[in-house]
Design a protein around this ligand. Structure first.
Ligand SMILES: Cc1cc2nc3c(=O)[nH]c(=O)nc-3n(C[C@H](O)[C@H](O)[C@H](O)COP(=O)(O)O)c2cc1C
Length: 488
């Protein structure tokens, strides 16, 4: 059985390009159930959509139950992913505000599956603050986006708002399908659940409702984590680096993967093994890390723990630099015989760039700050300056063993909260942060555990006793581009 998407076609001039999306999906072995809004059927005929998808097209909420064996709730759960293409400004607005005034928006409200939107509209409509506010709301609700692209519009204006290419949209769809059949078209989510249910039944004889494994808290979420130091070459054998071991970032990547997230770990040079279930991209310099992070977008959350070098050598030597041996070596430590001046230029600011508003900004951007003095005031100022949502600051001053050590003490900052977490193993901090991220994406649903921060008593070895963290995560207001700092 193939993967299945529900493709919701909105009312926009780009609706005709959805026909190509359907064609490519089917060519790649993905089944498509199409839903059209009333406006969409003025731009493309239901008959064309039905012919290409090979299935009946659903258009009306009230006649759905009469005409088919499936009601809107069942339909909303019947696929692995819901896709809006084209996502008109109106459709995005209706979804952002939770309207359920037609079949499309009712499915979007009722679904428990991930949603991917491919917006397409006039550039002024796209840039309008009302649309941008709706996009922020949708991102915070966990909606994924592909595009829009920039270019000339059907109306003759130029700018962002063009529908992404059908190939790019189908690539984004495949990337959002559960890993087991992404790019292979092998099995559907329902098949996987059935397989697990059978195993559960044979082992435990549980009631059917209990045999289907619960969705992991971060299932369907993509998380980018940066970790480790960067190395900036001076010449082919020397470099400028820092003391970061990467352990905290690796622990966070492992914890997010354990909660079901699709994790991309962009790592500077470390000696650490890649955590299970994590895709690692190895980089050396800050520029490499910046490029790898941009290539990993879009993601739902970005966590910048890497100690990115602030500076790089403007012109690294192509050959090993030599000492000036020709001069008599009469220098002392206080007055050296010769000196070398290196011109440094500023590196890209990865955290600030990920935090910048735009279509690819992750719904949640988390920075780390390593400080040697005035921890809280420096951290608060960095959160503002960088524009990230949450900042985890740690003291790496003299006497601290944070770099390379197994434990860390975190000052956790959002726009509205400052909490000091006690000294904890880095693995525990990783799980506490992953828990908090899951709470953020769960739509701020209150959980059963209510302590305000991780506790030092938490044993690192037992995830079941992981620290409970404040179940009231940052509000969308915390996502204002008013931000943070990474370990710089
Ligand atoms: C010729 C024409 C082209 C349109 N193109 C777009 C478009 O590309 N994007 C968009 O957001 N709205 C566009 N609109 C406006 C939408 O059709 C209108 O907002 C409609 O209510 C959207 O319906 P929906 O919520 O079902 O998508 C267009 C309208 C017309 C008359």
């Amino acid at each position: 059985m193939a993967a299945r998407v529900i493709l919701i076609i909105g009312g926009g001039i780009a609706a005709y390009r959805t026909l190509d999306v359907i064609r490519i999906l089917r060519r790649r072995g993905i089944d498509v159930t199409c839903v059209m809004t009333e406006a969409a059927s003025h731009f493309v005929t239901p008959l064309s959509v039905q012919a290409l998808s090979g299935e009946a097209v659903h258009r009306d909420l009230l006649s759905l139950a009469e005409d088919s064996s499936m009601d809107h709730i069942a339909l909303s759960r019947s696929a692995d992913l819901l896709v809006l293409c084209p996502a008109s400004a109106n459709l995005l607005a209706r979804m952002a505000h939770g309207l359920a005034d037609d079949l499309a928006t009712t499915l979007l409200l009722a679904t428990d599956k991930p949603v991917l939107a491919a917006p397409a509209m006039n550039v002024r409509m796209w840039e309008n603050p009302a649309t941008q506010r709706n996009l922020s709301l949708l991102r915070a609700q966990g909606c994924h986006f592909v595009g829009p692209d920039e270019g000339e519009m059907a109306c003759g204006e130029f700018g962002p708002g063009r529908l992404s290419t059908p190939d790019a949209i189908v690539d984004a769809i495949e990337a959002r399908l559960p890993r087991s059949f992404a790019r292979s078209g092998q099995a559907s989510a329902s098949q996987i659940h059935a397989g697990q249910a059978r195993a559960g039944q044979a082992l435990a004889g549980q009631a059917p409702a209990e045999r289907v494994p619960a969705r992991q808290p971060l299932s369907g979420r993509s998380v980018l984590v940066t970790a480790g130091p960067t190395q900036e070459p001076i010449d082919p054998v020397r470099f400028i680096a820092n003391r970061s071991s990467g352990r905290q970032g690796y622990a966070i990547a492992a914890a997010c993967a354990a909660l079901g997230a699709e994790v991309t770990l962009v790592s500077g040079p470390t000696n650490l093994p890649c955590p299970e279930g994590v895709r690692r991209i190895d980089v050396t310099t800050a520029c490499d890390m910046d490029a790898a992070c941009k290539a990993a977008l879009p993601v739902d959350a970005a966590i910048c723990t890497a100690a990115v070098g602030d500076w790089r050598v403007a012109e690294p030597a192509l050959q090993k630099r030599k000492k000036p041996h020709e001069k008599p070596r009469t220098g002392t430590a206080a007055q050296p015989a010769s000196s070398l001046t290196l011109t440094l230029v500023e590196n890209p600011d990865i955290l600030a760039s990920l935090s910048r508003p735009g279509p690819d900004r992750p719904a949640l951007v988390v920075g780390f700050a390593a400080e040697t003095e005035a921890l809280e005031s420096h951290a608060r100022e960095k959160r503002q300056r960088k524009g990230c949502d949450w900042l985890l600051a740690n003291d790496v001053g003299a006497g601290s063993s944070v770099f390379g050590g197994d434990r860390n003490t975190i000052l956790f900052l959002t726009a509205t909260e400052t909490t000091l977490w006690p000294e904890l193993p880095k693995a525990t901090i990783g799980r506490a942060l992953a828990d908090r991220i899951a709470a953020f994406f769960s739509g701020h649903i209150a959980r059963t555990r209510h302590s305000a921060s991780p506790t030092a008593a938490d044993p690192e070895t037992d995830p079941a006793t992981d620290p409970a963290i404040d179940p009231a995560p940052a509000s969308p207001g915390d996502q204002s581009p008013a931000g943070t700092a990474e370990t710089r």
